[in-house]
Design a protein around this ligand. Structure first.
Ligand code: FE
Ligand code: FE
Ligand code: ZN
Length: 279
């Protein structure tokens, strides 16, 4: 039996949850990502339980894969300032409560920027925050995103994510989201040696932890630490290398999320392209 390819893009929750499901299906997607609130932070729009339930029914009916919600960019669990850490902790705690209305999905976040405190302290603060918010009862798997290593970002090296995982008590509630643009920018050559990178991921973190893929080309060369996404095949990773990621048997079955600079027509095109590769 062939594994189903789950592919979709980033949508806005501003029109409601069920509306996102319909929009995704209309683009030919069978998964999608969405911000739990304004990506720049702030108060979340009130969640209507019936709307969330309607989305859940749609996911089931249309055979969607797991969704990948995204935390706001302003969340920084390892900020130097205590009030920013507190605000971030409140935000993730609140988001995880909201996520219970769509049980069984993923919630992805950027581990954070240590802003001069050092990676070690950053890792400790992130793990400490996770130990405060994760609960035995939650139905959401929280994903640490692999980062480009821009500025003082934590998570540019697989080892840093491993250390966070090791320090969290409810480790079974955690996974990793593999962002192709970010790992490439961080210095992992997925174009020249995809097997080698996946082997390294497996050795350091374990491929069973790799729950989702952010599928983006990069505007910059490997190791640039820039984090600027490009459309599939229009960046430095290139079309053929992106295709090899999409069809790699070790990544099969995971939700692939496009975070490419596109309008709806562009997303529809990229979703169709990936489906063509894998069907
Ligand atoms: Fe992200
Ligand atoms: Fe990403
Ligand atoms: Zn990015």
């Amino acid at each position: 039996m062939r594994t189903v390819m789950y592919i979709g893009n980033h949508l806005s929750a501003s029109k409601g949850y069920a509306a996102m499901g319909r929009a995704a299906a209309a683009l030919g997607a069978n998964t999608f990502a969405f911000f739990t609130r304004n990506p720049r932070g702030g108060k979340a729009k009130e969640l209507i339980p019936e709307d969330a339930a309607e989305l859940m029914a749609l996911l089931e009916r249309e055979g969607f894969g797991t969704l990948v919600a995204h935390a706001p960019y302003t969340m920084n669990l390892c900020a130097a300032k205590e009030d920013v850490r507190r605000f971030s902790l409140d935000m993730i705690a609140d988001d995880l409560v909201r996520m219970e209305h769509t049980p069984g999905q993923y919630y992805n976040f950027h581990p954070g920027s240590h802003v001069g405190q050092g990676t070690k302290e950053g890792v400790a603060l992130i793990a400490d925050a996770l130990n405060r918010v994760l609960t035995e009862e939650q139905h959401t798997t929280v994903l640490l995103e692999t980062m480009a290593g821009k500025g003082s970002e934590v998570g540019g090296r697989f080892e840093e994510l491993r250390e966070i995982l090791d320090r969290v008590r409810l480790g079974e509630k955690l996974g990793v989201c593999f962002d192709t643009c970010h790992v490439w920018d961080a210095g992992y050559d997925i174009a020249g040696d995809l097997d080698g990178v996946l082997e390294e991921f497996d050795r350091v973190i374990g491929l069973d932890r790799l729950k989702a893929v952010h599928f983006n080309d990069s505007m910059n060369p490997c190791g640039s630490h820039k984090d600027r996404h490009a459309c599939i095949g229009e960046g430095c990773i290139g079309l053929e290398a992106m295709r090899r990621v999409a069809v790699h048997p070790l990544l099969a079955g995971r939700p692939f999320i496009l975070e490419t600079p596109n309008d709806d027509a562009g997303y529809r095109r990229e979703i169709a392209l990936v489906r063509e590769w894998t069907e």
